[in-house]
Design a protein around this ligand. Structure first.
Ligand code: ZN
Ligand code: ZN
Ligand code: ZN
Length: 388
């Protein structure tokens, strides 16, 4: 077997005469002749190795004998040969793209590095689009934090399900499974999009790893436009109480209009509703000062409070039906069942100075009626004072 039949290039052939060289196992030949470089080069040619996405940048010169490529087992990492000893043994060093760039290309700034990292990650990420109610809800619940990424247990459905009208969808990318198994959310980034006109896809604010999502969208040829293009797109219309509708917080526009079977995004003179609500409800709703929630008008107990907060802050006198503040006004509990205001209490009741029970004035001892400081019930009636 000659050097030529092993496919070694002339340049890499050892400088000494190889004729009569003893045949040795193939791995040892590789070590002996330094052909691991050819092996690495050929892997790019055969497509086994994929170049890093910045390989065509003008600033880029590959580090000699690194043969850096996208890691074969974890496409979120780069893989390279750190030294010729490892090269000969076909050992690879795996590293995060950002760390690699920072170490070997220190002239790059943080902004450039995060941009190339996003591009890098975008190569291995698949762009996904959620359009059904279930998919959309799951993308919000198992994704980046926002005012809509929570459960709404009091509502019949998640407000973001209202996006499933067919006009709108949620573009998203997932985290690599290795990160998910370490506790990361399934969804790495998401973005509301208008998709009813494929030639004019409009995108709203992106959440989470927006740089990678933007790079993935760019790879897919989707232009980044602004929210104005959402006007006219429909949300599902689902009435949960009289004139109260499920509604997500729509970044793209703060107003919508009620139509027969939908809520349309945009300004409408009649039947307009607020689209930037964090409560998941819009329509005939009001804002409670006690709990900071937007609630159906039917839950409104008083101008500024919902039923629950009103009950926490106010009491109603069971005698005169007046509203009193719990903190500012005195409240008296009588007969084991009723709350009375200060005035109603003093008209009807007294507190016995002996047994300290609150009793109706009808049970007061006649002999204590003239004493405004000490009053006694009939049971505790002190003996009539007799002069000694
Ligand atoms: Zn409230
Ligand atoms: Zn009263
Ligand atoms: Zn008494």
């Amino acid at each position: 077997m000659s050097i030529a039949t092993l496919g070694l290039s002339q340049a890499l052939a050892p400088p000494w005469d190889t004729k009569g060289l003893e045949i040795t196992p193939i791995t040892q030949i590789r070590v002996a002749t330094g052909t691991w470089q050819t092996r690495e080069q050929n892997r790019f040619v055969s497509g086994d190795y994929q170049h890093v996405p910045w390989a065509r940048q003008i600033w880029y010169y590959p580090v000699r004998e690194h043969y850096v490529h996208i890691c074969l087992t974890d496409p979120t990492m780069v893989s390279f040969t750190i030294c010729s000893l490892h090269g000969a043994e076909d050992r690879k060093t795996t590293m995060r793209a950002g760390k690699y760039l920072r170490r070997y290309y220190p002239q790059l700034g943080d902004i450039d590095i995060s941009k190339y990292c996003a591009t890098f990650k975008s190569v291995s990420r698949k762009l996904r689009l959620a359009t059904t109610r279930e998919e959309i809800r799951d993308v919000y619940l198992d994704g980046p934090n926002s005012c809509m990424s929570y459960d709404f247990p009091d509502l019949d459905a998640h407000p973001c399900e209202m996006y499933a009208s067919g006009d709108l969808g949620i573009f998203y990318i997932e985290n690599p499974s290795s990160q998910i198994s370490r506790g990361a959310n399934r969804v790495a980034a998401r973005c509301l999009a208008r998709i009813d006109k494929p030639e004019h896809i409009a995108l709203s604010t992106a959440y989470g790893d927006y740089e990678t999502l933007q790079a993935v969208l760019r790879n897919e040829g989707i232009p980044q436009e602004n929210g104005l293009h959402f006007e006219g797109a429909r949300l599902l219309r689902e009435e949960v109480a009289d004139d109260v509708y499920l509604c997500p917080y729509v970044d793209a526009h703060y107003q919508g209009g009620l139509h027969k079977n939908s809520i349309k995004i945009g300004y409408y003179r009649a039947n307009s509703v607020d689209l930037q609500v964090t409560s998941g409800l819009t329509g005939d709703v009001f804002f409670c000062e006690g709990c900071d929630q937007t609630l159906p008008r039917t839950d409104q107990a008083q101008d500024h409070y919902c039923d629950a907060c009103f009950a926490d802050n106010y009491f109603i006198c069971d005698e005169c039906s007046g509203e009193y503040n719990i903190l500012q006004d005195q409240r008296f509990y009588v007969d084991g069942s009723r709350y009375l205001c200060f005035q109603c209490y003093h008209l009807e009741y007294f507190e016995c100075s002996q047994c300290w029970l609150i009793k109706p004035k009808t049970e007061r001892s006649p002999s204590s009626e003239d004493d405004s400081y000490r009053q006694y019930c009939a049971l505790c009636l002190p003996p009539v004072l007799e002069e000694e």
